[in-house]
Design a protein around this ligand. Sequence first.
Ligand SMILES: NC(=O)c1ccc[n+]([C@@H]2O[C@H](COP(=O)([O-])OP(=O)(O)OC[C@H]3O[C@@H](n4cnc5c(N)ncnc54)[C@H](O)[C@@H]3O)[C@@H](O)[C@H]2O)c1
Length: 361
Amino acid sequence: MTSVRVFANDLEAFVIEAMKRYGIREEDAQLSAQILVTTDTWGVHTHGTRQLRPLLKNFPIGRLDAEANPEVVREGAAWALIDGHHGVPFVTAHRAMQIAIQKAKACGIGYTGVIHTSHFGAAGYYATMAANEGMVGIASCNADPQMTVPGGKGKVLGTNPIAYAIPAGNNKPVFLDIATSAAAANKIIRAKLLGQSIPEGWLVNADGEPTTDPSGFPETGALMPMAAHKGYGFALLVEVLAGVMTGAAMTKEQPSWVTGVVGNPPGPANQGQMFIAIDTGAMLSAELFGERMDWLVDYVHGSPKAKGTERIYLPGEIEWGKREQALAHGMVLPPDVVESLQGLAQDVGIETLPFEIIADI
Ligand SMILES: NC(=O)c1ccc[n+]([C@@H]2O[C@H](COP(=O)([O-])OP(=O)(O)OC[C@H]3O[C@@H](n4cnc5c(N)ncnc54)[C@H](O)[C@@H]3O)[C@@H](O)[C@H]2O)c1
């Protein structure tokens, strides 16, 4: 197993070249690279460049179309429905949040839904686009079922992630980006490959009983929702705002975005995605909103700490810190990301990887 150190610019250049070799336009490859590599700089390696190789496999078999462009098919003053036409999903999601931001500038709030699209990576990237424009951003998507529901035993809902980003005065945006399952499926599969057990509360077995043994997943068993009925409730809200509301495929009708999954419904992924932007100057002035956020951040930071705790973090602070370090000194990619990128390089015939190997176990 290999760990490597890589600089963001070098990794972006590699991603752009690999995407172009799948026929993807230069500008679309650049934007996708920026989204995936930013995710890696946050330390969210489960949903950064690791996802590129399986996603690109959809293009040659017609489940994604490198030529397609997202199109607004219906809209009102504060909302729009976008057909992704199975184009590059990062580009479609980016466009959808741009439109939500434009609508929010005009109306105070903007909500876009997307259909006929696929895996967009980390929901958080799109939420931070709104925060960079002085707005609250929310981004979310439905996905094929991996997660059970309280009292259930099979896979019922997707891990339906939800992210928000909030401009916070003199502080970096407050930024939460989570799956609504207790743990990402990738974390369980990684433990399975390493022969490790997993914490309680992550997985149920084929009978719906909680288990710490990941060996049967994903063939049998299902992820557990985060915080039991609470995560379940939020996953359902996402399914409604991204799936029911837009007309996208829902739950068991949702084909996996990964190619070749046994038992997959036919056809390409038809995920529902949703993007909301809220103007922070709509009710108060944006300046006053920023001052109040500064107060809130200071208040939370200064709240009493548990024994042994040195620092209380706001959501996103850990990721902003990792990004600063990654941009200054490069970042360490874990072995599963390296393996995925090495496989991608082989698929497209790129001989030189942009890595410095720091551990080969
Ligand atoms: N596209 C998809 O289909 C899909 C599906 C599932 C998950 N995802 C992505 O997977 C990624 C990881 O999700 P996850 O559920 O494993 O996330 P996670 O459980 O690692 O939680 C990360 C979030 O929690 C915050 N956080 C962590 N520790 C904190 C602390 N001590 N104090 C304050 N905040 C803290 C972080 O700032 C971050 O916002 C996300 O980017 C999500 O969008 C995508």
